[in-house]
Design a protein around this ligand. Structure first.
Ligand SMILES: [Zn+2]
Ligand SMILES: [Zn+2]
Length: 290
C-alpha cells in the first residue's frame, strides 16, 4: 500500500467529526491502494526545542524541524548539540541517514550545534544549504561530509520548498518557505532580521498560511508584541506555531490573538499539511487531531 494510503488509515483512527461509515469507506479505499491522483501530505515535526511538547523528548535551548513529503526530507536547523538531536530523532523513529537535505538558518550554535548528528553517519552525504555569509572554515569542514550549497538570494531547496535567501544586516539569516495547498508556511530559526520583515519578504512569494519557529520576542514588551501581531495579521498570516526564542509572554499573546489559528508546539509536535494539486478526501478536519 502507498504511504498515503496508510496515512489515511492512521488518520481515520483519530478523526472525530466523520461517521463510522465514512471512516470505513476511507479505510477500504486506503486498503485497496487506489491512488486516484491523491494529494500528497507534508509533515513538519519539531525535533529539537527548548519548549516541551512530547514528554519522551529531551528539551534543550535551540530549534530543529524536520520536513517530510514522501521520500523527500529536509532538516531545518539542528538544535544546539548532536547528542540531544540524535536522541530525539531516535525516539521519534527517524533515521538521520534518511535526511537528504539539511538547511541552517544562521550561524548561532543553538541552530548549528547538532549538525554532527546528521553528517557523521558513514556513507551518508546530504545536501547542506547555508547562507553564503557563513564562515569559510565552517563550509570547508562541512564540505567533507556534505554537498554544500550557498544561498544569497531566494532559491528553491526542494520541489516544495524555498529559502528566503539571506536577510538581515548584523545577524544574517535565511528562513524556509513550504508551498502547501493552504498557502505558504514560513519556518524561522531565531528571526533575527525581525519576524515581520521575514514574513513580508515571504509574502512576495504568495499568501501566508502558517508561520512557525522562533520569533525572537523573548525580551519584547506587550506593546511591541501587539504591534508584531497586528502587522502579521495585516500580512495575511492565518496561523502561528511560535516556539524556541518567542518567549512566554509573546506566546500567550499570540494564543489569545489568533484563537483557533494558534498551534501550541514544542519538541515532538507534528503539524500535517497538504501539498498543492491532486485529489483529497473532503475532510477538512483531518489534521485537527494533532
Ligand atoms: Zn540566533
Ligand atoms: Zn536561536
Amino acid at each position: 500500500m502507498s504511504k498515503g494510503g496508510w496515512w489515511i488509515v492512521l488518520r481515520t483512527c483519530c478523526i472525530s467529526r466523520i461517521s463510522r461509515r465514512q471512516a470505513l469507506l476511507l479505510s477500504v479505499w486506503a486498503a485497496l491502494g487506489l491512488h486516484m491522483n491523491t494529494r500528497q501530505s507534508l509533515t513538519a515535526t519539531i525535533v529539537y526545542d527548548n519548549r516541551p511538547y512530547d514528554p519522551q523528548l529531551t528539551n534543550a535551548w535551540g530549534y530543529s524541524c524536520l520536513i517530510e513529503a514522501g521520500d523527500w526530507s529536509l532538516l531545518f536547523d539542528t538544535g544546539g548539540d548532536a547528542q540531544t538531536l540524535r536522541t530525539n530523532l531516535t525516539r521519534l523513529g527517524i533515521d538521520p541517514r534518511s535526511i537528504g537535505t539539511v538547511m541552517l538558518s544562521h550561524f548561532h550554535t543553538d541552530h548549528t550545534g547538532g549538525l554532527q548528528a546528521v553528517l557523521s553517519d558513514n556513507g551518508h552525504r546530504p545536501t547542506l544549504v547555508v547562507p553564503q555569509s557563513f564562515p569559510y572554515e565552517f563550509k570547508q569542514q562541512a564540505g567533507e561530509h556534505a554537498r554544500v550549497v550557498e544561498v544569497s538570494g531566494a532559491i528553491d531547496v526542494g520541489e516544495h520548498a524555498l529559502s528566503t535567501g539571506e536577510l538581515g544586516k548584523s545577524i544574517i539569516e535565511q528562513s524556509l518557505l513550504l508551498k502547501t495547498s493552504d498557502g505558504l508556511v514560513v519556518i524561522t530559526g531565531c528571526a533575527h532580521p525581525g519576524i515581520v520583515n521575514i514574513v513580508a519578504q515571504a509574502r512576495q512569494q504568495g499568501e501566508i498560511d502558517l508561520v512557525m519557529g522562533g520569533f525572537h520576542l523573548k525580551d519584547a514588551g506587550a506593546a511591541e508584541i501587539d504591534t508584531v501581531i497586528e502587522q502579521l495579521k495585516q500580512l495575511g498570516v492565518k496561523r502561528v506555531a511560535p516556539s524556541h526564542c518567542t518567549g512566554d509572554l509573546a506566546i500567550r499573546m499570540f494564543a489569545a490573538a489568533f484563537g483557533a489559528g494558534f498551534i501550541a508546539v514544542g519538541a515532538g509536535a507534528r503539524i500535517g499539511m497538504w501539498l498543492p494539486g491532486g485529489w483529497q478526501p473532503r475532510l477538512t478536519s483531518m489534521f485537527d487531531c494533532e
